[in-house]
Design a protein. Structure first.
Length: 191
């Protein structure tokens, strides 16, 4: 199984690239951001809880996210060649939980790909997205908070995979297709 983590700061293009990757490689797309936004749209209890964190630029608590993953990961994963994890793990605790989850299935993470983009460009992309997304977390104050949380809480998850020699960085600056070619080259080298 090809289990790929797509990692990167807010607005680096994880969602954009994942959509293209699932098509090319027949992987199951697992986006915690998408799952949470659907819950918010449907005004479920989980959605209301998630919105209270997301609108402030904070991460949704680990236990809530790990529960979602446990419920989602086994649903129909077997009919795919693997999983693309988009936006998960985002903390060290989530990374450790994922390792355990995969180990129980005799699987592991093939590679973590970090999409690197500097914060000035990320800010431009997210402010442009705010004009169409209607997302409560796409505004100046919240975006800066998300950058700060990425550095303090998410980068340790990245370091975890560096220590396992499963980390590859990809330049996320360029057209969507240019970035996709770079990401594809990394995936191809793990097939
Ligand atoms: P996510 O949904 O994961 O979204 P994101 O980090 O904001 O954006 P992404 O990197 O996917 O960028 P996109 O492709 O859209 O998370 C949202 C929130 O949910 C989090 O802040 C957190 O609160 C919560 N959450 C999610 N997962 C969690 C977890 N595991 N634990 C706790 N909380 C969690 O691209 C951004 C924009 O740039 C788009 O407009 C796109 O069109 C554009 N773009 C993309 N690539 C481009 C390129 N190459 N050139 C120019 N523009 C580009």
């Amino acid at each position: 199984m090809l289990n790929i983590i797509l990692f990167g700061p807010p607005g680096s293009g994880k969602g954009t690239q994942s959509t293209m990757i699932v098509e090319k490689y027949n992987l199951k797309h697992l986006s915690t951001g998408d799952i949470l936004r659907l819950e918010i749209k449907n005004e479920t209890e989980l959605g209301l809880l998630a919105e209270s964190y997301i609108s402030k630029g904070k991460l949704v608590p680990d236990d809530v996210i790990i529960d979602i993953l446990l419920q989602t990961i086994d649903n129909d994963s077997k009919s795919y060649k693997g999983i693309i994890l988009d936006g998960f793990p985002r903390t060290l605790v989530q990374a450790e939980a994922l390792e355990e989850m995969l180990k129980a299935r005799n699987e592991d993470v093939s590679v973590l790909i970090e999409i690197q983009v500097d914060e000035d460009l990320l800010l431009k992309r997210l402010l442009a997205r705010s004009e169409v997304s209607g997302r409560s977390d796409d505004n100046l104050v919240t975006i800066h908070k998300r950058f700060e949380i990425y550095r303090s809480q998410s980068l340790p998850a990245c370091d975890y995979y560096k220590k396992l020699n499963k980390y590859v960085a990809v330049d996320g600056v360029g057209t969507v297709d240019e970035v996709f070619n770079r990401v594809s080259a990394v995936i191809d080298s793990h097939i």
